[in-house]
Design a protein around this ligand. Sequence first.
Ligand code: AIR
Length: 476
Amino acid sequence: MKETATRKQEAIRRAGPWRSIVLTGMLVWGLSFCFLFAASKQIFEAAAFWPTFVQALPLGLVAGGLYGWARWGHAVLHGVRSRNQLDDEETMGTVKTSAPALVILPPAMLGILGGGQLGSMFTVAAKTMGYGVTVLDPDPDAPAARFADVHLCQAFDDEVALAEMASTCAAVTTEFENVNADSMRWLAARGVPMSPSGDCVAIAQDRIAEKTFINEAGLATAPFLAVHTMADLDGDLSAYLPGILKTARLGYDGKGQIRVKTAEEARAAFASVNAACVLEKMLPLLCEVSVIVTRTRAGEKVCFPVAENEHAGGILDVSIVPARIKSEITERAQAMALQLAEKLNYVGVLAVEFFVLEGDALVINEIAPRPHNSGHYTLDATLTSQFEQQVRAMCGLYPGKTDLVSPVVMLNLLGDVWHEDGSEPNWEILLTAPNAKLHLYGKKEARKGRKMGHYNVLGETADKALQQARAIRETL
Ligand code: AIR
């Protein structure tokens, strides 16, 4: 197996020359001894044992040592050669460094924490490339379990399940920032290559840490106030009002967000959530955009085209690609996202959401340490999908090309589209449109506001695709 060979060579290279020299020396000494002992035709004479043993010593040690040294040298050269081969390949839009990195090849087993729709699409990408997938998710109906080789149906911090992941997976990633960052650190401490790292996930999991990190990286966010206790809301709040009070942790898809106009409303909102929050100033937005970056362990980075995002009820509704903004803003957003990935020393797929303000200013709204809903268009409209990039990054492969094949619009399908009695929407028109691509996540329960699926419409222009995508929704 190629994968095993590569990992074995990497292990030999890392262990250094002496281990190979001594181990192989001992082995060959043993073999030489057996040979000499048998050759002396004194197999049954115990008296011949020790002289033969000593005779075999120099022969075995010298031959074995030389072989061990050569074996180590080969492992080093092999590592360099395989990196060079990759270096020679065209890597459009990729910033390269020459740091050697572990390359994991199929059919290695990859692990993922979380088995929702993002984990499900990751699993399909990984399986398509020939990898095995182990999913950890406490939900017996987790969408990813439909495709995974192994479903560990346990809590994200279950040590028995994590230990199984550690012993069976060549690398582990995540699809949900609500996964415990400590579980990721636990796996890393047992030598499992993690992408992203638990530290990056911990930053993205906590809005206070996240916004502070972004500001410290020299990038802008909306003005915000960290709120740990009611006393934090005692001072002058005019710099943050009207604003949105967002819980610092465990919020996604608009969950845990309350709009407030006055200091009294902010206090009432904080009393109702009773958890650490940020009070964030609401800014006059021209639009929202997002950039998805892939960064590998060796530091190669590549961006997807910028998506323009429209929300409804705090949940992403539509992504339009390419974003209908000036190319200068597009480039600036991509540069900021790459800068942030670099500062985080990030490995994996990172989504960066931006607000575009009057005067073309860009501020970062939030980051997600995983593929993102606004990147689902990449499943049908770019040469490589964001889920394949997640596989590539964790396996130490170069990121794939991200060229846009066609303008595209992604429209989310929430549980609201399902009928009251739980019956399916009418997919007929959608499925008969040759330029529309339906993706359903296989979730059993269609709750209001729950992401059940999405579809991509490819068009001549983004505006035409948007028009068609909206018209299709009317027919569901
Ligand atoms: N997810 C993660 N962060 C934000 C989102 N939307 C995805 C992940 C997670 C799933 O949403 O794939 O597993 C959870 O969806 P639900 O509908 O079960 O809450």
